[in-house]
Design a protein around this ligand. Structure first.
Ligand code: NAP
Length: 305
């Protein structure tokens, strides 16, 4: 057991997967949970997600050794303010937010003296949300990035051991580096998927149902990514603005290069470009970062946000 009592604030995909993975690993003595709406709390009780589902975030956090904020990035600051008076000395507060600099800015001012704050981000997810969408293997062989920002080493090591027990590989990273890397591997690609599905949506009026009918060819993967939670992704783009805009600017430049090559009939350029991108794909597969989620059936676990 890594922590005696763990509190999950927010009971969606990530928190419910953590609850299942904690149970599998015996990583917590007791799991307390809280979600904003009565409906989500009722579902959590119905499926026995936590040992205790509380009526307020502060009630869940009271007496916890580890409190993990599992709400959209834009809601982290308000939730931290709410739980702050209930935190016990020596407790650790962490989060699973997809953006780190903005979350640290919003949460850190509320952390009382004597409480550790160790931000984290598990790079694992699917396009599903809510308390029923979680599964125990979501984090297996995925990365969990810790962004300790000077937190006490013992607290950092303990949280790292916790995430390893949940199946993840753990590494530490600075907040700026985290946000930049995630803009490349997750945030910009999601925006491109949203855009491509938007393009098809406009075309649909012209081609009737052809876009849906023939969606197996690549487009289907875009629709899966573009089905991700709108609140979560709105917050990601609003809080990782600079890094995402920088990567999208570079993307637009590359797109023009390829556009021009197509217009000019420059086959060698296209061939060389696609040969390089194919090598990147092979590297990802060889690194074991393209495994399907076996017990989820309907979806491959993506890289997360
Ligand atoms: P989710 O399934 O949509 O669940 C979100 C939870 O947050 C729900 O319990 C919801 O409560 C609660 N919530 C929503 N808005 C809130 C607000 N304004 N105040 C308080 N609580 C609020 O989301 P998720 O996918 O688990 O994502 C949670 C966090 O993990 C986000 O910060 C996200 O960036 C990060 N993350 C997501 C992924 C991914 O691929 N999904 C991967 C890695 C990290 P109700 O149900 O009661 O509305």
């Amino acid at each position: 057991m890594t922590y005696g009592r763990v509190a999950l604030i927010g009971l969606g995909l990530i928190a419910s997967s953590m609850a299942h993975a904690m149970r599998r690993a015996g990583a917590a003595g007791e799991i307390a949970g809280y979600a904003r709406t009565a409906q989500t709390r009722a579902v959590a009780r119905e499926i026995g997600l936590c040992d205790r589902v509380c009526e307020s975030a502060a009630e869940a956090a009271e007496g916890a050794d580890l409190v993990v904020l599992c709400v959209p990035v834009g809601a982290m600051g308000a939730v931290a303010a709410e739980i702050a008076p209930a935190l016990k000395p020596g407790a650790t507060v962490s989060d699973v937010g997809s953006v780190k600099r903005a979350v640290i800015g919003a949460v850190a001012p509320h952390i009382p003296a004597g409480v550790h704050f160790v931000p984290a981000h598990p790079l694992a997810g699917t396009e599903y949300s809510g308390p029923r969408s979680g599964f125990a293997t979501l984090f297996d062989n995925r990365w969990c990035l810790l962004v300790p920002e000077g937190a006490e080493r013992a607290a950092v090591e303990r949280l790292a051991a916790f995430w390893r027990a949940l199946g993840a590989n753990v590494e530490e990273m600075g907040a700026e580096q985290h946000d930049r890397v995630l803009a490349v591997v997750s945030h910009a690609p999601h925006l491109i998927a949203y855009t491509m599905v938007g393009v098809a949506d406009h075309l649909e009026t012209v081609t009737e149902s052809d876009v849906i009918k023939y969606s197996a060819s690549g487009f289907r993967d875009f629709t899966r990514i573009a089905a991700s939670d709108p609140t979560m992704w709105r917050d990601v783009f609003l809080t990782n603005r600079e890094a995402t805009l920088d990567i999208l600017g570079r993307f637009a430049e590359e797109l023009f290069v390829l556009q021009r090559a197509i217009r000019m009939g420059d086959g060698p350029l296209l061939f060389d470009y696609f040969t390089r991108t194919r090598a990147i794909r092979r590297g990802i597969v060889e690194a074991g970062q393209d495994t399907a989620a076996p017990d989820f059936g309907r979806a491959a676990a993506g890289p997360g946000a």
